[in-house]
Design a protein around this ligand. Structure first.
Ligand code: NDP
Ligand code: 2IT
Length: 450
């Protein structure tokens, strides 16, 4: 283990997910540091692994029965070398400092890859929106923003959605921000269309992950047409990845949530996808209900502690993990390879454990795109939403989709070029880490020791 990595662990010994994310980047950029001694001289690794600012706060709120609850709120402002802090908010009971620091760290390099001027940040709360009424969610969001508002701004830090934060939550958060600041600015992205949102932002992460898969396939003169795809999750990213896969002629055979997954051998069609959108976005039900509605599908409950997840053990060509971190363990990665999967495009952030990533990288037939490249379409269109807000204009669907496609193509090219330059052609992990890292580090060096 490198001295730099040891220091990161020693400083915050309990931040397992943060160590995992840092360790992968440090391994990739070792040859960059060896080649550019000035980076070491500037002590870049100590600086880039330390958040510029960490905000932690109490979020008290009252439920519908008048009972008072307290959650913990966070915003990690990781790096602002190339633009204001930018990144989502996650509301999930598992949220802690380690998870948000890993997400903020990944966001720095992802945002650099998009070509747009955005620094990296992430935030959220251990609040669980499941089973809460709209009014409870609203009161929680208002209390969360009653503290967060003093730390963010359209030129400072621009949050957006992530797990458990979608259009409803962004609306409540924006309403409270506007009331407190008496300002209508593009301080959040993922806004609804009639008050500053961008067309294609809801679709962008899922579409982008599919565009990235197409880019990888096109290096072998192949496409998604006729390919069988495993998709995990059934939220924002999974839904729109599925929509785009179907549009490009692929067949999606799975959806999942934290309780289990459905396998639909015939494949998802437009009606079934509409059903999932209604089920998850409006009714807020469980994916098990899909198999009740469509008896040709089979539901399997999944225990997160079992040795492998049967979701990843079906014959397929491509996989789009779109639920959460570390959802593919080493056995799952081996099962994917065994079942013929040779394209993995990560819609989620860090969904594959390091041992699984190594299995993918060791297999020469595998086209494996890490989240920070493959899922960058979401934040990229957030960047386009910011641009439209600043200019007070609105681009058409076609315009935004075209820009998204161009950005995903450019990220693909950056990854391929950086991987080649440093002697590991075809390794999108090294490519993404190196290309993102160099851009941010050059900016940090230009700006001095701050
Ligand atoms: P949503 O909240 O819309 O959906 C999350 C989905 O993942 C749900 O199906 C959820 O199931 C499942 N899930 C969440 N936690 C777990 C868990 N611990 N175990 C198993 N399943 C779980 O979130 P998004 O679709 O927005 O986000 C999905 C992933 O994509 C995350 O990793 C996020 O960081 C990443 N991402 C999102 C972007 C965006 O623009 N939204 C951009 C880039 C990346 P359940 O309902 O049971 O909780
Ligand atoms: O992980 C991510 O890139 C997101 N959740 C989207 C961030 C954003 O600012 O749109």
């Amino acid at each position: 283990m490198s001295k730099e990595m040891e220091a990161v662990i020693q400083k915050d010994p309990n931040e397992r997910e943060f160590h995992q994310a840092v360790s992968e980047v440090l391994e990739s950029v070792k040859p960059v540091l060896d080649k550019n001694q000035e980076y070491r001289h500037a002590n870049i690794i100590s600086r880039i692994t330390e958040p510029e600012r960490v905000i932690m706060f109490r979020v008290p709120w009252a439920d519908d029965r008048g009972e008072i609850h307290v959650n913990r709120g966070f915003r990690i402002e990781m790096n602002s070398a190339i633009g204001p802090y930018k990144g989502g908010l996650r509301f999930h009971p598992s949220v802690n400092l380690s998870i948000l620091k890993f997400l903020a760290f990944e966001q720095v390099f992802k945002n650099a890859l998009t070509t747009l001027p955005m620094g990296g940040g992430k935030g959220g709360s251990d609040f669980d929106p499941k089973g809460k009424s709209d009014l409870e969610v609203m009161r929680f969001c208002q209390s969360f923003m009653a503290e967060l508002f003093r730390h963010i701004g359209h030129n400072t830090d621009i949050p957006a959605g992530d797990i458990g934060v979608g259009a409803r939550e962004i609306g409540y958060l924006f309403g409270m921000y506007k009331k407190l600041k008496n300002e209508f600015t593009g301080v959040l992205t993922g806004k609804s269309l009639n008050w500053g949102g961008s067309l294609i932002r809801p679709e962008a992460t899922g579409y982008g992950a599919v565009y990235f898969a197409q880019e990888m396939l096109s290096t072998r003169k192949e496409s998604l047409d006729g390919k069988t795809c495993i998709v995990s999750g059934s939220g924002n990213v999974a839904q729109y990845a599925t929509e785009k896969i179907m549009e490009l002629g692929g067949k999606v055979v799975t959806f999942s949530d934290s309780s289990g997954y459905v396998y639909d051998e015939k494949g998802v069609d437009r009606d079934k996808l509409n059903y999932v959108m209604q089920l998850k976005n409006i009714k807020r039900g469980r994916i098990q209900e899909y198999a009740e509605k469509y008896p040709e599908a089979v539901y399997t409950p999944v225990d997160p502690n079992q040795d492998f997840n049967p979701l990843w053990n079906h014959k397929a060509d491509c996989a789009f993990p779109s639920a959460t971190q570390n959802e593919i363990n080493e056995n799952d990665a081996a099962n994917l390879l065994k079942n013929g999967v040779y394209v993995v495009s990560e819609g989620a952030n860090m969904p594959t454990v390091p041992e699984g990533v190594n299995l993918f990288l060791d297999n020469k037939n595998m086209l494996y795109a890490p989240g920070k490249a493959a899922n960058a379409g979401g934040v990229a269109v957030s960047g386009l939403e910011m641009a439209q807000n600043s200019m007070r204009i609105k681009w058409s669907r076609e315009e935004v989709d075209m820009r998204l496609k161009e950005i995903m193509r450019s990220i693909h090219t950056s990854c391929v070029d950086a991987a080649e330059e440093y002697g590991t052609p075809g390794n999108y992990v090294n490519g993404a880490n190196i290309a993102g890292f160099v851009k941010v580090v050059e900016a940090m060096i230009d700006q001095g020791v701050v």
